[in-house]
Unconditional design. Structure first.
Length: 243
């Protein structure tokens, strides 16, 4: 606890573990603060994904909308030759195709060709809403999934390494971009399908994964150290929000 009568406010940078939802992480952080302290985050990571989760504490949760629109950088791998219903390897395989002749140079060129605005549909298993309900509710119930057009803005996309069927890559994109969707678009361009196999968020705007703590390390902080970390985050937030 930060102590009774000491309202917590600030930001915590968390390295989200695989298999956890962003909500799971928030629930753990909430237990570190006095009852009724608000805790939120600036952008959901899928359970498969790891990496930077920007958690906002107390009055700073009001900054969520402003911070959520910041650019993101991801790294990870895409498995080519397979499509799944979720867009990542946690889903059910819906199609498999043999790989064409591929090398890193071609994959780098195909990724670079997608820099700019990419028009696609929101993933079936996403929180994008239709008539007030997230698409994943339609998908889980086996209902027809409404097509929700989505624009993704790709600032840069690098192919880093190729070891069939896995492509290692790094992506710098605008907020609201689904890496799962881009993996599928790339797979379609190559004629073999693609799905996300690993994903790690490296940054959100100016906030870096290198400055994050694991959940376990955060929980292990002494109250004074936690309070100090929150206090130190306030000027960092102010700087990030300056026009």
């Amino acid at each position: 606890m930060t102590g009774p009568g000491l309202p917590a406010a600030g930001m915590l940078l968390i390295d989200k573990p695989a298999g956890w939802t962003s909500h799971d992480c928030v629930a753990v952080l909430r237990k570190l603060f006095p009852r009724n302290t608000k805790v939120g985050h600036t952008g959901t990571l899928d359970p498969l994904a790891t990496g930077l989760l920007v958690a906002l504490i107390g009055p700073c949760t009001k900054l969520q909308a402003r911070l959520q629109g910041m650019d993101k950088v991801y790294s990870g791998t895409i498995r080519l030759g397979v499509k799944t219903d979720t867009g990542d390897i946690t889903g059910k395989t819906t199609e498999e195709k043999p790989l064409p002749a591929l090398d890193l140079a071609r994959l780098a060129a195909e990724c670079a060709a997608l820099v700019g605005t990419v028009e696609s549909s929101a993933p079936a298993y996403s929180a994008v809403k239709h008539q007030g309900r997230p698409l994943y509710e339609y998908a889980r119930k086996g209902l027809e999934i409404p097509v929700k057009p989505r624009s993704s803005v790709v600032h840069s996309w690098e192919a880093l390494a190729w070891s069939a069927p896995e492509l290692s890559h790094r992506l710098h994109c605008a907020s609201g971009t689904y890496v799962r969707t881009l993996a599928e678009v790339l797979g379609e361009k190559l004629g073999c399908g693609g799905t996300v196999s690993t994903l790690r968020r490296e940054s959100v705007g100016p906030f870096l994964l290198a400055d994050a703590l694991t959940l376990d390390a955060t929980r292990a902080l002494a109250p004074a150290a936690l309070a100090q970390r929150l206090a130190a985050s306030i000027p960092v937030l102010e700087k990030a929000l300056k026009p």
